[in-house]
Ligand binder design. Sequence first.
Ligand code: SG4
Ligand code: ZN
Length: 243
Amino acid sequence: TGNLWGYGKEDGPSVWHKNYPVAQGDRQSPIDIVPHQASHDPSLGPVVLNYDQCTSIKIANNGHSVVVEFDDSDDRSVIRGGPLDNPYRLKQFHFHWGVKGCHGSEHTVAGNSYASELHLVHWNAVKYTTFGEAATAPDGLAVLALYWILLIGSAADFKGFNPKCLLPSSLHYWTYLGSLTTPPLHESVIWIVVKDPITVSEKQLGKLRTLLFTGEEEDQRTRMENNFRPPQLLKGRNVRSSN
Ligand code: SG4
Ligand code: ZN
């Protein structure tokens, strides 16, 4: 397909370092979170999501995931608080999932995987002028991660879709400094991993599994599934807990 990377045997996470040496860097994501080794940090305030007037634009299969993009030309949809010094603008959300219900999440908790992981990607528009610039800066991005998913209906639903309905009622979280979980694997992400999983039915997950990695015209159609990177080394990083 001309892609430099994927999730298959020959182009999957175990070989990404050949084209992207930072894959073996000091602040890679995801990680395994060991709850009793996370340090409770009383200075961590609550994470506040201001998505009320959010404007989703479109949903797309980008060959690696299904992505819902938002208008990020102003501060109408932002995340603030928690470990963040500035409001970060919502750029897009996407999912990672497996082929069986027991695997699919990127982060694991005490070695356990969830069926799927939802990532809400935000960028620091106070310090940086473009998403691309922020994506290479050490404090450029903030990704809110949620285990499992509640899947949305059809493509028509994506104008004015408010991702707030995807969130659990409690937003206790773990936070640590990491990277994008796909090439180019930039070490630019402040991760905020929500502790409480949200539920999704097998039927809903089945719909994600009907997506294709490849285009309709290509000879070798491959189903889009198992698009997750396994946990990376912690390398002395501190995982903080909000409660
Ligand atoms: C997925 O492949 C998304 O489709 C990408 O979004 C995203 O890239 C990538 O994951 C890495 O993001 O939160 N998992 S992650 O670390 O957000 C970026 C697009 O390509 C840069 C739009
Ligand atoms: Zn992701």
